[in-house]
Design a protein around this ligand. Structure first.
Ligand SMILES: [Ca+2]
Ligand SMILES: [Ca+2]
Length: 215
């Protein structure tokens, strides 16, 4: 995200540079810094891949030694857990780290994808979190995202998928006017618009999503 913002900033500077509104030397310097940052991120990703390969080998060799396997398992959690992913691409708020998906999918596939990475499709219990996710979405220039709740189990009763907490009259909600309306059978929660309004929509729709990890 930081890289993306820097890229957009540089693009704007370049346009201004072309009309001689800013110092072109400064723009060049920023471009060099951006390229260096890209190389560092790429090197970090290579290192993570190398470490993963080494752990695979070690795990095979040490399968009979419980103590060693426990250590390997800890290392694997560090490499494959949310910590490194968030350091490179994520955003943190409180004890949660949020990662924006790079592709769109159905609601069920979004739930599975987040779960496979050790997280959950984002659950929202406050305006602060709703605004935070809305800002992430808007910064990525995306119109809609899935959130992790549905009324698949009981029509009319929305429940957060991973925590199993019901959205009731005491819960934070941000429903758009006249929603949820189950229009021609809509069971999955998505968020859209300037204030991150909520709407129930068909679960087979395809949207990007944000996975949430506990740090
Ligand atoms: Ca429904
Ligand atoms: Ca609806």
């Amino acid at each position: 995200m930081a890289l993306l913002r820097l890229k957009l900033f540089l693009s704007t500077l370049c346009i201004l540079c072309m009309v001689n509104l800013v110092d072109c030397k400064k723009v060049k310097k920023l471009q060099i810094e951006l390229n260096k940052l890209k190389e560092e991120v790429s090197a970090l990703e290579d290192t993570i891949d190398q470490n993963r390969d080494e752990l695979d080998e070690m795990e095979e060799k040490c399968s009979s030694t419980q103590e060693c396997c426990a250590e390997i398992s800890e290392l694997r959690k560090m490499i494959e857990g949310p910590g490194l992913k968030c350091a490179v691409n994520g955003k943190t708020l409180g004890n949660s780290c949020y990662l924006f998906s790079s592709t769109s999918s159905t609601w069920q596939d979004a739930v599975k994808s987040c779960s496979d990475m050790g997280g959950r499709l984002a659950e929202v219990y406050s305006k602060e979190v709703n605004d935070f996710l809305t800002n992430m979405r808007k910064a990525a220039n995306v119109n809609d995202i899935w959130l992790g709740a549905s009324d698949i189990e009981t029509e009319g009763t929305f429940k957060w998928e991973t925590s199993k907490k019901e959205i009731d009259i005491n819960s934070f909600t941000n429903w758009s006017p006249n929603q949820p309306d189950n229009w021609y059978t809509e069971d999955c929660l998505h968020s859209f618009g300037d204030s991150g309004s909520w709407n129930d929509i068909k679960c087979t729709s395809s949207y990007r999503y944000i996975c949430e990890f506990t740090m």
